[in-house]
Design a protein around this ligand. Structure first.
Ligand SMILES: *[C@@H]1O[C@H](CO)[C@@H](O)[C@H](O)[C@H]1NC(C)=O
Ligand SMILES: *[C@@H]1O[C@H](CO)[C@@H](O)[C@H](O)[C@H]1NC(C)=O
Length: 463
């Protein structure tokens, strides 16, 4: 009886959502939508300009002042680890490291080790790293667009770049990297117009690749980089050779229905689950509870990003606590209940964690980046027909153990009709390139190698 009731509720809810999101045909934003200042349209400079990251003396002085003059921290509740939010016991160590030991000059040099550029796309100055390999004649150079997400930045990819290059060489090709800061993130300009979310960013990213001479390319993304990647794959399937992601998500209602259906009987559950990733989908109650407890930031930013942003752009300590709490939780979920400190230094160096934070601080980018949630999770963005598109682009998923959202191949296939491989791994978290560059690079290069082999095979059979 209970099961029938659950099934009825399930069907009713899906129908309700289905009706709410009317099945509109897919609406791709225009390629030439203008997001910059209106009066700048006539004089748009489409050149590609070299760019250097700069930590100015003035900015450093101000940052140090703010770090050293924070008010006393409220002590955490005893024995609660980080379950009530960032445990303030470990804040002082971070603050003092950032103010006194973080070598701004050396880190600036470190961040500038790769060539940076800016170019104006649709009115926005888009920043990107563009790393072209030096190769012997005859070696094929493959363009790869890699996109970060929120709390992340270009910094996530620094260690993976040389590893990817090396592994590509072993396979007999080379990679030309394009690694942008998403608009409003890091060094890329934000728009002051309403209505610019992941969907619109996908078009900007596509236009960026065209500007750099790539009408077809490989794609890698995690977090929002994956949502934008999904958009690219569904809007412009003919422009992608293949898509690798460490954040496999399908927004299709059938995906949701499949997941819920799995809770009805053990038999269905077996069909929905990937045997290599048991425990990541069920029991549903446990997964929902965990998701609710860890996604407060999500709701906040999807509704009122400007309010919380006032504090974050004023206080580097606040910014650090907010971002490190999230990073800790989605690097290893258990840290939240087991550690007083964030445990981040077990996975990343202090300097590189602060490099990533600097990208937000220097550009005052908390609000302009954080609003991607509200600009992407609204009826306009959900009504544009994107949710129910299935992309035929060859896709490769790698799924880390502590990734905060997990979907099995059975669930993913509603959005991806050409899944080449899904590998659930027993390690790693949300920032796979940043945390495990070797493993990440292995997966990306294996995927690209397989995409190429399949394309060649297809070409032969078509002849
Ligand atoms: C900071 O880094 C610069 C450049 O690498 C170096 O010359 C300088 O000695 C370092 N400062 C300290 C205090 O270590
Ligand atoms: C997916 O890729 C992994 C790693 O290369 C490999 O071990 C596995 O057999 C592949 N799975 C499928 C279904 O092709």
């Amino acid at each position: 009886m209970d099961k029938i009731l659950r099934l009825l509720i399930l069907c009713a809810s899906i129908l309700a959502v289905r009706c709410a999101i009317s099945a509109t045909p897919i609406q791709i934003p225009n390629f030439d939508d203008w997001w910059g200042p209106e009066d700048a349209q006539e004089n748009q400079d489409t050149s590609i300009r070299p760019f250097k990251i700069e930590f100015t003396k003035c900015m450093i002085k101000d940052l140090r002042y703010r770090l050293r003059n924070h008010r006393p921290f409220t002590p955490p509740l005893e024995g609660t680890a980080s379950t009530y939010g960032y445990n303030t016991n470990s804040l002082e160590t971070w603050v003092s490291y950032w103010a006194n030991s973080y070598n701004f000059t050396a880190r600036e040099e470190h961040l500038n080790q790769y060539p940076h550029y800016k170019t104006n796309i649709q009115g926005l100055d888009i920043h990107f790293m563009w790393i072209k390999p030096e190769v012997e004649e005859g070696l094929e150079v493959l363009p790869l667009l890699m996109m970060h997400g929120w709390t992340g930045s270009i910094v996530e990819f620094y260690k993976a770049i040389p590893v990817l290059s090396e592994k590509a060489k072993e396979k007999g090709f080379a990679i030309e990297f394009v690694i942008p800061s998403l608009p409003g993130f890091g060094f890329s300009e934000t728009t002051h117009l309403q209505g610019f979310g992941a969907t619109e960013m996908a078009v900007v990213m596509r236009n960026l690749m065209h500007r750099l001479g790539h009408k077809k390319f490989y794609l890698q993304g995690g977090d929002w980089g994956a949502r934008i990647g999904n958009n690219l794959a569904s809007y412009f399937p003919d422009e992608l050779y293949g898509y690798h992601t460490n954040f496999g998500i399908s927004n299709s209602l059938s995906t949701l229905a499949t997941w819920l259906a799995g809770s009805l009987s053990e038999g269905i559950q077996k069909l929905v689950e990937d045997p290599a990733a048991l425990g990541r989908l069920y029991p549903i109650g446990t997964v929902v509870k965990k998701t609710l407890l860890s996604s407060g930031y999500f709701h906040l930013q999807a509704t009122k990003p400007y309010t919380v942003g006032v504090a974050m752009s004023d206080s580097p300590v606040g910014l650090l606590a907010y971002i490190f709490q999230l990073m800790s939780m989605i690097t290893r979920h258990e840290y939240e209940s087991t550690r007083d400190d964030d445990g981040l230094v077990f996975h990343y160096s202090r300097d590189e964690l602060l490099d990533n934070l600097m990208v937000y601080w220097v550009n005052n980018a908390f609000i302009t980046s954080g609003k991607i949630y509200s600009e992407s999770l609204n009826s306009r963005n959900l009504n544009n027909g994107y949710l129910e598109i299935t992309t035929p682009v060859p896709t490769w998923f790698i799924q880390a153990k502590d990734e905060f959202l997990y979907m099995s191949p059975e669930m993913l296939k509603f959005a991806f009709s050409n899944i080449v491989n899904t590998t659930a791994i027993e390690t790693g978290g949300h920032y796979l390139a940043f945390e495990l560059p070797e493993l990440f690079s292995d997966s990306v290069i294996t995927a690209i190698t397989e995409f190429r082999r399949l394309a060649k095979e297809k070409c032969r059979t078509e002849l």
